[in-house]
Design a protein around this ligand. Sequence first.
Ligand code: PLP
Length: 433
Amino acid sequence: DNGLSDADPEVRGIIDKEKERQFKSLELIASENFTSRAVMEAVGSCLTNKYSEGLPGKRYYGGNEYIDELEILCQKRALAAFHLDSTKWGVNVQPLSGSPANFEVYTAILSPHDRIMGLDLPHGGHLSHGFMTPKRRVSGTSIYFESMPYRLDESTGIVDYDMLEKTATLFRPKLIIAGASAYPRDFDYPRMRKIADAVGAFLMADMAHISGLVAASVVADPFPYCDIVTTTTHKSLRGPRGGMIFFKKDSVLGVDLESAINNAVFPGLQGGPHNHTIGGLAVCLKFAQSPEFKTYQNRVVSNCGALASRLIDLGYKLVSGGSDNHLVLVDLRPMGIDGARVEKILDLASITLNKNSVPGDKSALVPGGIRIGSPAMTTRGFTEEEFKTTADFIHEGIQITMEAKQAAPSTKLQDFMNFLASPDFPLRNRITD
Ligand code: PLP
């Protein structure tokens, strides 16, 4: 059996180019990270060959002696990494990623058309928490369930809990979700628990972005307040791409969460587990219990704080005025520029971040903000000093964007991109230097 270079030089070449891109650029996408060599070794192992539908000890295929050992180890490490008592909490480590994990929870505890409340997508929520436009139910969550978003108070950039409470009292959701893709602050889990109890709803946290920070106890802990906690495994946690669902072992609102969730994962929505991912996840969860991991997560937060304060010093407006976690959201509208153009210019300079809507935005394609995260470059060894310098680079990129927009003032993003590709773009050298 030949190695990849011999067997398929074309794919090898693409991987090498992507590796170089990752190596050379400043990766500031808040949901990304660099996982460890040990995790990648497990993910690239023979574990990918094995079918193991079912749970340890209850499989539909033979030959699962070692796969059972692996999945039990992964479950134990998952509970230990999040400081959970295994008599009170259980975990399913088979979800293929974050969105399937969330849909598995809905399948477990809701009936079609039951009501859900999650943070609105343009205010930092995730698609899988439900999203619809006036014309279309965009997310499957909104197709199969009735979703009513809650939002931020636009004047503070903080979740409007009073409005959430009022709306929940009228809408009577069966599930309330605490969690976000672009929210720089801790959720007020105790308050959300009270609201959920008052309306008889389940409370679920989707800690996908912050799970590494939760494991290291550097942000608020959702577990004492929630019935169910979902997460991806590849963001701040630094594992392979995957998902997990934690559930209370006691029955909640008359539902035995353990069997409902396990059945929703398989046979409800998935087939064979990705055992190579479960192997990589077990490795990541061992590391997540180490003192080095805690140091790393503390740095993720302090580096983000350094980035935020430098941006504020440079005159930028941050949604909520700062950050408690690993990301900042910069509101670019006061500078008369948008996130899409800044993203394009910074891409040319090998600074990778993403455009993001900010509260009050009209367009998701050309939104008014950018989201910047610290986990990946902290893994690469950046300190607060380097994050301040990164803020300066971003500032320069924003200034170049403003100059370029003056030269190409069309409102169409495509015209702006054509201009960047043309010889008329005089600032190209400044960027590539
Ligand atoms: N939940 C949240 C809060 C997320 O931010 C994301 C992804 O960004 C997901 C779920 C979905 O994860 P995946 O992309 O693995 O489906």
